[in-house]
Design a protein around this ligand. Sequence first.
Ligand code: FMN
Ligand SMILES: CCCCCCC(=O)C(=O)O
Length: 371
Amino acid sequence: MTAPSLPHGAPVNVREFEQAARMVLDPVHDDYVRGGAQDEVTVRANESAFAGLCLVPRVLRGAGEPVLRTAVLGHEASMPVVIAPTAFHRLVHPDAERATARAAAAEGVIMIAAMLSTVAIEDVAAEARKAATDPCLWFQLYPQPDLGFTRAIVQRAEAAGCRALVVTADSPALGRAERNDRNDFHDLPPGLRCENLRELRGGEPGSVRQVVLSPEISWRHVEWLRETTDLPILVKGVLHPADAALAADLGVDGIMVSNHGGRQLDTTPPTIAQLPRIAEAVAGRVPLLLDGGVRRGTDVIKALALGAAAVGIGRPVMWGLAVAGEDGVSAVLSMLRRELANALALCGCAGPADVPRDLVMDISAKEGCAR
Ligand SMILES: Cc1cc2nc3c(=O)[nH]c(=O)nc-3n(C[C@H](O)[C@H](O)[C@H](O)COP(=O)(O)O)c2cc1C
Ligand SMILES: CCCCCCC(=O)C(=O)O
């Protein structure tokens, strides 16, 4: 878990990785990664909402050197940061999800492997095992109306050793990413396939066009999954406190407060603004994770204070991968680890479980989306 030595002039923070990725990526793929839905109001709001929260540190607590190690849904992790599921890693680097899996495993970080991966889940898991004896992989699912496929892919994830199922709930339709429209980017380039889709009927095998984002998907599918698998189930993409309460009532094992990084419905609230409301609705019944706009260790500590057990990062991992493959992903994770340790120490906290609610003060004049 030592930080990889990057050459002089290498990025020193996630924002610089974003700039460096822009220099190396095909502009169409850079747009795909950085972009969001329509006016990208929520993309910007996710990040700026963190900036609108102040940290009010405690002093002289004698907390000692912070220990970042934690358990997320009972799964050991070296820090409360997980790799959020992102599709199509081969668009940004030839080593693709293999590199991401090795970096995550070596860093002791939970990776949520995407259903729309350009490497098959069995190969992602095998790669993670090359880097650590006991890596922790979760599997993200877009439930398909074809329940035969859905059952088969869940069974493949289980057999590959995935330890939880993350059900994406915010995608009854595809968000309108105008960057992709402008670039006419609606499918993978020739030679790239979604390697988990081989059991999916209809269309060319492995093509993105086979995937159905269906408005028919409902809580009944979550109940069906509950009966179909013994894996813990998290629901990803929850923003409304009433849905969080429903999920907890249904007995899900975790909730990911997420607006898909602003890529689905534009003008949804920033996730960090919604987290306290969801924490209140759930009242500790279910662990909460949050993603969207996490770029700094100070963002992580704010989410912990407001009720998250861990945060997810999406684009930062893609930027790290684009710049330097496995080393780039490792570097992004190490940066956040160092920043979080520093923020915890400066706030007088001993670790992720020692972050009080009143560490965070809201100074934004108005909450929510500002153009
Ligand atoms: C390039 C890209 C691809 C994504 N693919 C998926 C996906 O396949 N499934 C999913 O549930 N979320 C997907 N997401 C959303 C992420 O899981 C996550 O919610 C979001 O990226 C968090 O915001 P951040 O990028 O600001 O960290 C994707 C996000 C990006 C940027
Ligand atoms: C037709 C399925 C496209 C999903 C794209 C992956 C995703 O969730 C994202 O880019 O965001």
